[in-house]
Design a protein around this ligand. Structure first.
Ligand SMILES: [Zn+2]
Length: 419
């Protein structure tokens, strides 16, 4: 049984009945994931139009919380402006109550527009600068805020299963491409905890500076070797993974104290990248038995590969060298040039390879949902990705996403299910 993501503006602009009439065409869809809080993202990303939205051609996500709850924590998320302030979750619940769909609200944890005690809880990069719109898993109020939010969501909407997304440290992409954001977090709470776990913070910072300096010299292979051979970096990668795993473990335990039936799905990066962003599949799947990841081969597996390569290189030869080092760094087995990547993305075997990695490093019995890119793609490539995911070690598919897809994508998918 497969699933699909929807956004608040889909519900508010199109109406739940219209959404369901499109989804009803696809017999194999059982789970719908309405987004509770947005991220800073153009809908659709990065280009294109919302072709079946009667109100907006494009919607900018602003990191706001679209739920009718009153959070009293010292840290909280901004609410939408008055005009947008309706209750999409309540509207969608009303429309789906008597259907066979299982609705799983989808919540972005560390990334959004937060207010209140933000300074104390923000991610800080290696240069000591605040990374905008990101919370640190080791921040003092983050766990308390999310525990309260989930408790209130359960009380208000009576949902017991949630998908948690953005459970990681920042990557290099965002409103702009900033490689420095990758090297975090150096907030006072992380610095103290790192020191306690035996990390020499000064030596680690020094090592990161040496690596970034090598990247600036375009010595990409050297930077890669330095990263993989450094004891300090190894400890730091582990520390980041432990910080995220511990947060997820504590969050689930806290929410289950309030509601023992509460369950969580994980929305993770494809495994080739995930380890670097603080996501340890083996550990995380001890606390949640269902996960989605997004091996969108046309889009470099969801990473802004082109954004990074273009920032760290200054001509075609350097760009190809940087791209090959990138593939090697993340152990992505693609025999393509940067030019080929820019034209057509990764080859389709990326889907199988990433799902095989997920299966290998997740706890036995984990249900794996392979993310399917359902926008900025033609039907032929869409169906090719569906086929590759079905033939991989994943259990089912999760489409991203309803609002960004063109209507003929639904028809193509529906046909494929009826075969
Ligand atoms: Zn921190």
């Amino acid at each position: 049984m497969d699933g699909i993501h929807i956004h608040p503006h889909d519900i508010l602009d199109e109406g739940s009945a219209t959404i369901l009439s499109h989804l009803n065409q696809i017999k194999g869809i059982r789970y719908i994931f309405p987004q509770v809080n947005t991220i800073f993202e153009r809908n659709p990303y990065p280009v294109g139009k919302l072709t079946h939205n009667p109100v907006h051609e494009v919607v900018m996500g602003n990191g706001t919380l679209h739920a009718n709850i009153k959070v009293s924590s010292k840290l909280y998320q901004r609410e939408p402006t008055f005009e947008e302030k309706q209750d999409p979750l309540a509207l969608f619940k009303l429309a789906t109550n008597d259907t066979d769909y299982e609705v799983i609200p989808w919540v972005n944890i560390f990334n959004g527009d937060f207010l209140g005690n933000v300074e104390e809880n923000a991610v800080i990069n290696v240069a000591g600068e605040k990374v905008d719109d990101w919370l640190c898993p080791n921040g003092p109020n983050v766990l308390e805020m999310w525990t309260e939010v989930f408790t209130l969501l359960i009380k208000k909407y009576d949902y017991h299963t949630f998908m948690i997304d953005r459970i990681r440290f920042p990557d290099w992409a965002g409103k702009t491409v900033e490689p420095s954001r990758m090297f975090s977090c150096f907030c006072p709470h992380c610095l103290e905890k790192m020191a306690q776990t035996g990390i020499n913070n000064a030596a680690l910072i020094e090592e990161i500076h040496r690596i970034t300096e090598a990247i600036q010299r375009k010595a990409y292979s050297q930077a890669l070797q330095m990263f993989h051979n450094s004891a300090q970096i190894k400890q730091w990668v582990t520390f980041r993974q432990q910080s995220v795993s511990q947060f997820v473990k504590n969050l689930i335990a806290n929410v289950q104290v309030f509601e023992p039936k509460a369950r969580f799905w994980l929305d993770l990066w494809p495994p080739s990248y995930a380890w670097f962003l603080g996501q340890d599949y083996t550990e995380l799947t001890k606390y949640a038995s269902k996960l989605k990841h997004f091996p969108y081969h046309k889009l470099g597996g969801g990473a802004d590969v082109q954004g990074l390569i273009d920032v760290i290189s200054s001509n075609d030869i350097e760009a190809d060298k940087a791209f090959q080092a990138f593939l090697q760094f993340f152990d992505i087995k693609q025999k393509i040039t940067y030019q080929q990547f820019k034209e057509t993305g990764y080859t389709i075997d990326f889907v199988y390879q990433e799902n095989a990695k997920v299966r290998e490093i997740s706890q036995p019995g984990t249900k794996i949902y392979s993310g399917i890119q359902m926008w900025n793609i033609d039907n032929e490539n869409l169906l090719e990705a569906v086929k590759a995911a079905r033939q991989s070690p994943a259990d089912a598919l999760l489409y991203y996403c309803y609002g960004w897809a063109e209507l003929d994508h639904f028809q193509a998918i529906a046909k494929q299910y009826s075969k």
